[in-house]
Design a protein around this ligand. Structure first.
Ligand code: HSE
Length: 434
């Protein structure tokens, strides 16, 4: 039986899962492929041999640079994460004729131009199913299964840390900082959670989804990105009264040739499927012109879920190699790389949606009138309002009709500047018509 040989860069959580899955399902994978998938080498700084997993001492190396050019390796799996040395190693592997599998969303989103171009140049393939949604097969779905349709919009819950924090806040009535601290203690959140709670990880993933869904290139810096650090229990509770649930959504829409791409806390109707995605789960909700809406749900991180995506990519590449193709087809992003042009991005000022607003105001006659009059002058129409408490300072909470972001920002800036309210007004965007 022929063999396809795999070199692994990094054997942490996901790498460990890959080793386990390749061993546990070796016979099934060989049956699917008509060839054996063999682990040829693992580069990791601190890995100890574990013969029960097939991790024999002779497979383990500290020399990643040497691994990526070894003639007996066909596929290099990059699981180091981060920009360097991952980028140099991938480029070196491609130049040496290896196909590459990676889970590195940050690298592909930031340096995709370099990496995909290099893959085309060397006629090799980049598999990156694990980079978005972990075990959820969303890359292949957009690239293959939905390829006949024109996508209109993508709404993703693509950061498990944020989704865990927001749903735990809502469920337990705990504030953001307390839930984050508990999640860090239990290992659910990173020691440095900035990439996750700041929305940047979701922005990286959205940039990749935009290319797959709409065939255009988008840099993460072009995604309007807000994290969840300012979400309070109070806003979650008012959202519930209005019939909404707060989620960190990665949103991309394609309209009139322009792309709207944003990551921010969003209120979605509590009866919507996305509102029921809780804990560390991810989901991607896609609206296609011909198909209508579909949703893909599952674990977006973790050892075995993410490993299934990595090993499926290895399998796909192994099939291409065994079919005898001297070059991999240039379809990793769903379009030939040269056909992917920079996205025309709609400025954030020009988006329109409904808004949730919270003002902290003095409870005295005329304050509400002054707020409403500034909003009215800026063409912001109020749909409903809550003001229940009686205290020197009360939250005045509103839901607007669809408004332009530019008008809303101008109105809030004026309310703040004229000191009509005590603290900076809070606004959260609503996606009502998903
Ligand atoms: N840190 C990510 C998350 C998982 O919290 O979803 C890896 O993409």
């Amino acid at each position: 039986m022929k063999a396809v040989r795999v070199g692994l860069l990094g054997c942490g959580t996901v790498g460990g899962g890959v080793v386990k899955l390749m061993r546990r399902n070796a016979a099934m994978l060989a049956a699917r492929l008509g060839a054996r998938l063999e682990l040829a080498a693992v580069a990791d700084r601190s890995l100890k041999p574990d013969p029960s997993l097939g991790l024999y001492a002779e497979l383990i190396t500290r020399d990643a640079q040497a691994l990526v050019t070894r003639p007996d390796i066909d596929v290099v799996v990059e699981l180091f994460g981060g920009l360097e040395p991952a980028q140099s190693l991938i480029l070196k592997a491609l130049a040496a004729g290896k196909d590459v599998v990676t889970a590195n969303k940050a690298l592909l989103a930031e340096r995709g131009d370099v990496i995909f171009k290099a893959a085309v140049k060397s006629g090799r393939f980049i598999g990156f199913e694990a980079s978005v949604g972990g075990g959820i097969p969303i890359i292949r779905t957009l690239r293959e299964a939905l390829a006949a349709d024109r996508q209109r919009a993508v709404y993703g819950i693509v950061n498990g840390t944020c989704n865990y924090i927001l749903s735990t806040m809502a469920e337990n009535g705990s504030e953001f900082a307390d839930v984050l601290a508990a999640a860090q203690r239990s290992g659910l959140a990173e020691a440095d959670p900035t990439l996750d709670v700041g929305g940047h990880d979701a922005a990286h993933k959205l940039a990749l989804l935009v290319t797959l869904a709409f065939g255009v290139a988008l840099r993460p810096s072009q995604v309007h990105t807000e994290g969840i650090t300012r979400i309070t229990l109070q806003d979650i509770a008012y959202a519930r009264e209005f019939g909404f649930t707060v989620k960190l959504l990665a949103i991309a829409k394609h309209e009139d040739g322009a792309i709207e791409a944003r990551v921010h806390p969003t209120m979605v109707p509590s009866r919507h499927l996305l509102a029921s995605v809780n804990g560390a789960y991810n989901a991607i909700y896609i609206q296609g012109e011909a198909l209508g809406s579909t949703m893909y749900f599952g674990l977006g991180a973790g050892e075995m879920p993410t490993a299934t995506a990595v090993v499926a990519d290895i399998l796909e590449i192994a099939r291409m190699r065994l079919a005898g193709a001297t070059e991999a087809s240039d379809h990793a992003l769903g379009y030939p790389y040269s056909a992917i042009k920079p996205a025309k991005v709609k400025p954030m000022d020009r988006i329109a949606c409904e808004y949730y607003l919270r003002f902290m105001a003095e409870d005295k006659p005329g304050v509400l009138g002054r707020i409403a009059s500034v909003l009215g002058r800026h063409k912001i129409s109020i749909a409903s309002m809550i003001q229940q408490e009686r205290a020197p300072q009360v939250p005045v909470v509103m839901r607007t009709h669809e408004s332009q972001e530019r008008d809303l920002r101008r109105a809030l800036a004026e309310i703040h500047r004229r000191k009509i309210v005590k603290t900076e007004p809070v606004f959260i965007r609503i996606e009502e018509r998903l």
